[in-house]
Write a new protein. Structure first.
Length: 949
């Protein structure tokens, strides 16, 4: 047996363990790395240390040399011209003589017992065959110094230190060379070196996979107690963090990394082992998971990059089995993504094998059916009460990843008052109740035994040492007795701990919550808050659709138990209180009591603290209906954000907006059931003010906010107020807006046209106004102390960037100028939305400019129009809004009431005009019988579940 086939130590070699440390531009971090080496409990002279200075332009090499001289004179520092990470590692490997070698990064750190744990493992398993050592990666927060165990592959360490056969446990993959130890001789015998053509990452996984694939049954040593601290840089400058913004990540890496690796292994073995499929799939999944995010680093990708990426992924999936995709457990992977990969790339299972009835709308008495499909829409036949009917509501949603539609989702609502049968393409499909479950392809014995018996199962069988049945039962009985005794002791301890916990802060909070829940059910509280409609705009501010709708309902529909929620220190509190609003302080006990009795929650916002204002662990799950009133016309793609929200009713104001949400082949999950075109409640008053006001004297500058220029929420529990960041006034955003506002030309334009320049930035940005370098002639307005609608009504024109407030100007037909100096960055994933079908150039209400000079020229031209849009933009403004009648609030009110009204029979049971197209062979007598008896849903094969009477 050669040394490449065994981990046994050759004592002729001076070192058992060795590390190659490539160094470039890490002056800020390298001292921490060196200190972690100094702190090792294993004597450093037992570890071969090879540093490679890859032409670093800073003092990294100088600091390393100083440390070597003072602490580790046996260490080597090799200097070379800059050639990249791969060349530095390869150079260092030439100097390694140790049995095992690893490649840590000098901006990371080791736990003090790191090398001692590895040496101890090797000593304890000297007679075992091990191919690769896998140490435990923990994440080091660069900003806080906190170390957390949150890496996606942490699960492989949960069973402790062990040796794992990859052919039996293909989920125990390893990618990073920094947390791997390889047999040096095997690397040399195989001729494996790092490939500098694999960029911007994956070179580690490429080498590691080829290394392991050289063995028929590769075995990993899982070292749970050897902790490697991987630094997540605060500035996002690490290679992994920054790679998402590089084109080669999408058009080069998939070809030279994933595809070449799979082709090489297939060429060597004739197949690709499941563990190797898992490894490539794991890394590839991050592209799609990143694209699912609201603030996605992939949002900037266009067709020239997306097309070759998807072509490469199709070729890659030729080597990855469908079962591997559907059974992936390495990362949390939604059923949607699994199906998208199978339908979009494997072109398999284009039709569902069953149809889930997801949920019932008890108010309208309809049930939702959703399914994914590939290719053309199946020929559908919906039968309820034996009748072929059209869906009450229906749409086709495009499921898009990185710019390509991979599959489509069909969403339909059917009557829930009769027996349902569904056929697709002439084949009756089994029905199931509830959301579909993830498929399970591997069932571990512990899971089987826990689910199907009272016991945790027999001990794992090793080799031919199979326990006898009597021995297995005896052990189970003994374990059961031991567990009973332990439960008795734990129960007694629990009672003591319960008494103790009652006097802690947590215990006091629990008692207080319980009292609140009991109060919420009391007669007095129910008399006050029962069946409430609860309105809120923001926690710290009103003046939006919720305020206007509340005012309309309280005046015109006093039978509704309406309440408005707001921070008591908000500048709007006294104003609304004086007007007679029934106010409840946000976050107070009264707020909790109100919410526990709320039937309808209505807000212009859809942030988490708005839609989930109660902690379910403390107050249970309260099911009200949430109406999203919106705070602006949806013009961009917000689907990644709002699709996750529990929206029962979605208010829209413009025709194009409504169609972009409910229309077929849009990215939203909402249908005509949830989305209504009513107009915004606030538009009623805006129109009234604009028609009454003769003052058109304001040149209004209203830019929106930038997420990257704000810190975390001031209140981590929820709210809108955010922390400010350093360097705001040096940002491109501040520089461009100050350049425009402070320009002499803007001052001259305003004076020549009798206009006053008013600057009113987004509420999230107004914290920066206190020290703003604005010229004296600029009037600053804040949302907190200004009637926004009065300002809009008095404006002759608006200058904005991407703000939906431009639609407010369009509603009252006033000129708009767009100043968009950062288009690429703004739509690159930094904000909550991406570009949709709406175009600022083709559909907007004014010229789009990208620099100060063009913006000023457009402003000058618009100012001369005297508050009247020109002939290009006027028709757009007039055509986009169907409702300018002062009745928007009333339409919204009626739409809310409709949620609790059953669908009219004729609407719910709309007969298909050609039911014979996809006959099911169902006789009408079954439907007639159902009408006079209990209605059922056919589930699976012959099972029936009663849904209504």
């Amino acid at each position: 047996m050669s040394r490449a086939e065994s981990q046994t130590v050759d004592h002729a070699q001076a070192y058992q363990l060795g590390v190659v440390i490539p160094t470039y531009g890490v002056e800020r971090y390298v001292q921490d790395f060196l200190d972690s080496l100094t702190a090792q409990t294993l004597p450093l002279e037992k570890v071969q240390l090879v540093f490679v200075d890859d032409g670093s332009p800073d003092r990294s090499a100088e600091l390393i040399q100083q440390w070597i001289d003072a602490v580790a004179p046996h260490a080597q520092l090799i200097r070379k011209e800059n050639g990249g990470l791969a060349s530095a590692r390869n150079e260092g490997l030439r100097h390694i003589t140790s049995t095992w070698v690893s490649f840590p990064d000098p901006d990371d750190m080791f736990h003090p017992s790191y090398f001692a744990e590895i040496a101890s493992f090797l000593a304890a398993n000297a007679d075992q065959h091990v191919d690769l050592l896998s140490t435990r990666l923990l994440l080091l927060n660069d900003a806080t110094g906190e170390v957390t165990d949150t890496h996606p592959l942490r699960r492989k360490f949960r069973r402790g230190t062990q040796i794992v056969d990859l052919s039996r446990h293909p989920e125990y993959i390893h990618l990073q060379s920094a947390t791997a130890f390889y047999l040096t001789d095997r690397l040399n015998e195989l001729g494996l070196r790092y490939d500098d053509d694999i960029k911007p990452n994956f070179e580690d996984a490429f080498l590691t996979t080829l290394y392991l694939a050289s063995r028929a049954r590769p075995r990993l040593g899982i070292l749970t107690e050897a902790h490697y601290h991987y630094r997540r840089r605060e500035d996002g400058s690490s290679l992994v963090q920054s790679s998402w913004h590089k084109p080669e990540k999408y058009v080069h890496l998939p070809e030279v990394g994933y595809l070449r690796l799979l082709e090489t292994i297939h060429g060597q073995l004739g197949h690709v082992p499941v563990w190797a499929q898992n490894l490539v799939l794991y890394d590839l999944l991050f592209y799609f998971r990143q694209d699912e995010r609201i603030h996605s680093a992939t949002a900037w990708i266009g067709k020239p990059i997306a097309d070759p990426f998807h072509h490469l992924v199709e070729r890659i999936f030729q080597y990855i089995d469908t079962e591997t995709i559907e059974g992936i457990t390495l990362l949390p992977t939604s059923l949607q993504l699994r199906d998208a990969l199978v339908l979009g790339y494997k072109k398999e299972r284009q039709r569902p094998i069953s149809l889930p009835l997801i949920r019932i709308d008890s108010g309208r008495e309809i049930v939702q059916v959703r399914y994914f499909y590939g290719g053309d829409l199946p020929l559908e036949d919906f039968r309820v009460r034996g009748m072929a009917i059209e869906p009450v509501f229906a749409k086709i949603r495009d499921v898009t990843y990185l710019g390509r539609v991979l599959m489509r989702e069909r969403i339909v609502w059917l009557p829930a008052t009769g027996t349902i049968r569904i056929a697709l393409d002439g084949r009756q499909v089994p029905l199931t109740l509830g959301a579909p479950q993830e498929p399970v392809f591997v069932m571990r014995p512990a899971v089987m035994w826990r689910r199907l018996t009272r016991y945790s199962g027999p001990a794992a069988v090793r080799g031919d040492k199979t326990p006898t049945r009597s021995g297995s039962v005896a052990r189970q009985v003994a374990r059961s007795a031991k567990r009973t005794a332990k439960q008795t002791i734990v129960g007694a301890q629990g009672r003591v701990e319960g008494v103790r916990a009652a006097f802690t802060d947590e215990g006091r909070t629990a008692r207080r919550d319980k009292r609140l829940r009991e109060r919420a059910k009391s007669r007095a509280v129910r008399a006050r808050y029962g069946n409430a409609w609860t309105f809120i705009d923001r926690d710290n501010q009103a003046q939006d659709n919720a305020e206007h709708l509340y005012r309309h309902i309280s005046r015109n529909h006093p039978e509704i138990n309406s309440w408005f929620v707001l921070n008591r220190d908000s500048t709007d509190w006294d104003r609304l209180s004086a007007e007679g609003f029934r106010l409840v302080e946000h976050g107070s006990d009264e707020h909790v009591l109100l919410l526990l009795n709320t039937d309808h929650l209505l807000s212009s916002q859809v942030d988490h603290y708005i839609v989930k204002p109660l902690d379910p662990k403390r107050h249970g799950n309260k099911s009200w209906r949430f109406t999203f009133l919106q705070h602006g016309v949806t013009k961009d793609d917000l689907s990644r954000w709002v699709n996750r929200k529990p929206i029962s009713l979605f208010i829209t104001a413009s025709t194009d907006e409504h169609e972009s949400i409910v229309g077929d082949h849009t990215p939203y999950i909402f249908t005509g059931k949830e989305v209504v075109l009513t107009g915004f409640p606030r538009h009623d008053r805006l129109l009234e003010l604009a028609q009454a006001s003769k003052d058109r004297s304001l040149l209004l500058v209203m830019p929106t906010w930038r997420r990257t220029l704000l810190g975390d929420l001031v209140n981590s529990a929820g709210g809108n107020e955010r922390q400010q960041v350093q360097g705001f006034w040096e940002s491109e955003y501040a520089d461009n807006w100050m350049s425009l506002l402070n320009s002499d030309r803007l001052k001259e334009i305003a004076a020549a046209n009798g206009l006053e320049v008013v600057f009113m930035p987004h509420p999230n940005m107004q914290g920066y106004l206190d020290d703003s370098p604005l010229a004296e002639h600029i009037t600053v307005c804040r949302y907190s102390d200004t009637d926004v609608q009065e300002v809009l009504a008095r404006s002759a024109l608006m200058v904005t960037d991407y703000s939906s407030l431009a639609f407010e100007m369009a509603y009252i037909e006033r000129p708009v100028v767009y100043f968009q100096f950062d288009q690429a960055e703004f739509f690159a994933g930094g904000h909550a939305y991406r570009r949709g079908t709406w175009s600022y150039e083709e559909d907007g209400f004014g010229p789009v400019t990208v620099d100060t000079e063009r913006a000023l020229a457009a402003i000058e031209q618009a100012a001369r129009l005297r508050a009247v849009p020109d002939e290009m933009y006027g028709p757009r403004m007039r055509d986009i809004f169907p409702h300018r009648d002062g009745q928007c609030s009333e339409r919204v009110f009626q739409a809310v009431l409709d949620m609790d009204r059953p669908m009219p029979y004729r609407r719910a049971y709309l007969r298909r005009s050609h039911p014979e197209l996809t006959p099911l062979g169902l006789d009408a007598s079954n439907g007639a019988a159902v009408m006079n008896g209990s209605a059922t849903v056919v589930v699976g094969t012959g099972n029936e579940v009663t849904t209504s009477s």
